[in-house]
Design a protein around this ligand. Sequence first.
Ligand code: 13P
Ligand code: ZN
Length: 272
Amino acid sequence: MKVLDAEFVKGYIRMANDGWEQGWHERNGGNLTYRMKPEEVEQVKENFTPKEWTPIGTSVPKLAGEYFMATGSGKYFRNVIIKPEDSFAIIEIDDKGENYRIVWGLVNGGRPTSELPSHLMNHEVKVIATGGKHRVIYHAHPANVIAMTFVLPLEDKVFTRELWEMATECPVVFPDGVGVVPWMVPGGRDIAVATSELMKKYDVAIWAHHGIFVSGEDFDLTFGLMHTVEKSAEIFVKVRSMADAKRQTITSQDFRDLAKDFKVTLPEEFLD
Ligand code: 13P
Ligand code: ZN
């Protein structure tokens, strides 16, 4: 089967385009990776023409032999839908988890996203934490979450609580809360280590003054998670623009009642 005819590839392209339409991907901002299922690799591998092995820049032994879809570094989400072969690649990880090679895509040259170390380290953490259920890691630059990182203390608890309070569905959608990475130079191993540490506990990691990483099982859940967090952040920005303090909000007891009815566990550390 041609790569572009496969359902999982159509899902990937749709998600990238949805992110563009939300305004989360100025220029080449953001990146998207998907860990392919073995049967999906089988479906399309007749099209693979492997290029040279290249160091990942970190080590991900648990991902040895896996195949990923990854947006290209410097490529625009805006173009994914019209120039898919130019905008993303399928890559293979070697048997040590230290090198990758492009097997399809990026037909006009280039390499996978500069955030590949963060993506792959997050995937590795999630393979372990979810028994392989999570397959999608998504990085975007949504304006409202980024704005929050200029006015709130960069603490997991503060961001979790504010985002939960801004929309009743939030604690149900991300019951574990969100982590915050202080400003760091993007694109390397250090920020990948810091982010993947948070991904052991959360599905959402906010990069101060930069953007968000989210992790999920499939394209719908992962896009929906990003969308929910950013919508909540938008409400936060509106509330702060109207008044310094909230007149009323959802209380800790309200969250406990919600958790009971919706059968989610909310960590007590976020409920005092
Ligand atoms: P890439 O174009 O290398 O994916 O980088 C975009 C980005 O958002 C970096 O954080
Ligand atoms: Zn970025």
